[in-house]
Write a protein that binds this ligand. Structure first.
Ligand SMILES: Cc1cc2nc3c(=O)[nH]c(=O)nc-3n(C[C@H](O)[C@H](O)[C@H](O)COP(=O)(O)OP(=O)(O)OC[C@H]3O[C@@H](n4cnc5c(N)ncnc54)[C@H](O)[C@@H]3O)c2cc1C
Length: 403
């Protein structure tokens, strides 16, 4: 029996435990992870870990020394399979029971996949360190790489693969990659980065099947075309790891429903954090589920404050970054809540900027390339409700970002 049981030991779970200890929590903390290694960070899996120079080691989130120093009872290779909220017990796949007074659900998401890929070597998704290690081992011998999905993970993988000299093709169902979040114009700008770096994007194409018996040899498209492939990465979005909560009564729709403080309604002793949490967002006054690293870390602080009865940290607008072809893309706020009001430059040069405003002209989001100072200005504009027309946007200062 533990005072606080955290299920999932990635950034949301780890930051919760760290924030609890920082705020003076003396309670016992137990953490369960289905993974077989110590907690590590996920963003480097599609970036540094795929580089030729990578030693294949994941970036740790928590070392064994920190586990001891924080007095966390960490159980790796321990998968939660059922929650019994009446008895306040989590059952695990190895037949054990872990009791709790307070439960934190931080089991995140996993990649969606496609039919016809089971047991087919050479077809991957990318979520865990082992995926990155296997892909890193495949890349030097890959000649024809097909990436399915032009979201950030697909784009980052394409950017890593092309450096090995492989021919890389991205297949994307939308007519313009990322148009659903960033709009057609900005989506086209970012898709242009692929072409600039020798990666082909087949947009508006659906995958209908895979060729190969033991190992993949090709990808079939609904348009009738076949793409030869010796390595395939599927990056078509995610699904929440919430099956273990089925029948528990915990409300689940697009994630675990929770209030502003990440507490689950009807279960005052249960919280959700990170990618799995569908939070009543204090900025947007609506339930929002966000799959970004910064958000998961912030959730750790919010849950810890709620458990300790302390004031909640101020919520920030969503923020995500992506590294592609040596460029840093930053997205702040929620571009999908507005329209493009201001742009600067184009994506083939550093400093490209698109600011999104709502119907009243107020900044709601921005996309920025290689200009972290501008990202901070845009964040301030969003937080203070500034009008896009009043933004003071300096002209490009290329020398600062010249590669
Ligand atoms: C390859 C990759 C690159 C990324 N790059 C960026 C980036 O550049 N910028 C950015 O902002 N975000 C990025 N992200 C997203 C970011 O990493 C996530 O938002 C973040 O990891 C979410 O943390 P989490 O703790 O909520 O969930 P997760 O990281 O998904 O962790 C959940 C953990 O719970 C475990 N688990 C699941 N079910 C169970 C169970 N039943 N029992 C026990 N354990 C369980 C999982 O194995 C996992 O270890 C990236 C993600 C990936 C995969």
């Amino acid at each position: 029996m533990s005072d606080i049981l955290i299920v999932g030991a990635s950034v949301a779970g780890v930051r919760t435990a760290q924030a609890l200890r920082t705020s003076g929590c003396q309670a016992s903390i137990t953490m369960l992870s289905e993974e077989t290694e110590l907690p590590y960070d996920k963003p480097p899996l599609s970036k540094e870990m795929l580089a030729e120079s990578s030693p294949g080691t994941a970036v740790p989130l928590l070392s064994s020394d920190e586990v001891s120093a924080l007095e966390i009872d960490l159980h790796i290779a321990t998968r939660a399979v059922r929650l019994d909220p009446d008895r306040r017990v989590v059952h695990t796949a190895d037949g054990r029971e872990f009791g709790y007074s307070t439960l934190v659900i931080a089991t995140g998401v996993r990649p969606r996949t496609l039919p016809g890929t089971d047991g087919l070597a050479g077809v991957y998704t990318l979520r865990q360190a082992e995926d990155a290690r296997e892909l890193r081992a495949e890349l030097p011998r890959a000649k024809q790489v097909v990436v399915i999905g032009a979201g950030f993970i697909g784009a980052e993988f394409a950017s890593a693969a092309v450096k090995y000299g492989a021919s890389v093709t991205i297949v994307e169902a939308q007519a313009t990659p990322l148009a659903h979040i960033l709009g057609e114009g900005v989506g086209r700008q970012l898709a242009g980065l692929h072409a600039l770096n020798g990666v082909t994007v087949l947009a508006g194409e659906q995958v209908s099947g895979f060729l190969g018996t033991d190992r993949v040899t090709g990808v079939e498209l609904a348009s009738g075309r076949t793409l030869p492939a010796d390595l395939v990465v599927i990056g078509i979005g995610t699904q929440t790891n919430s099956e273990w909560l089925a029948d528990s009564g915990v409300p689940i729709s697009n994630g675990v429903e929770c209030d502003e403080n990440l507490r689950v309604p009807g279960f005052p002793e249960i919280f959700a954090a990170g990618d799995i949490a569908l939070r009543q967002h204090p900025i947007y006054q609506t339930p929002v589920r966000i799959e970004h690293w910064t958000n998961a870390g912030e959730h750790g602080g919010i849950v810890a404050a709620a458990i300790m009865g302390a004031p909640s940290p101020t919520s920030q607008p969503p923020y995500v970054w992506s590294d592609q072809y040596g460029r840093r893309i930053q997205i702040i706020g929620r571009p999908s809540l507005g329209h493009v009001a201001v742009t600067r430059g184009s994506a083939d040069e550093p400093g490209f900027l698109a600011v999104y405003a709502n119907a009243e002209g107020i900044c709601v989001g921005a996309v920025i390339l290689d200009d972290p100072r501008m990202m901070l200005r845009c964040r301030k504009a969003i937080v203070t409700g500034q009008k896009a027309a009043d933004l003071d946007i300096p002209t490009l200062h290329r020398e600062a970002f010249a590669k």
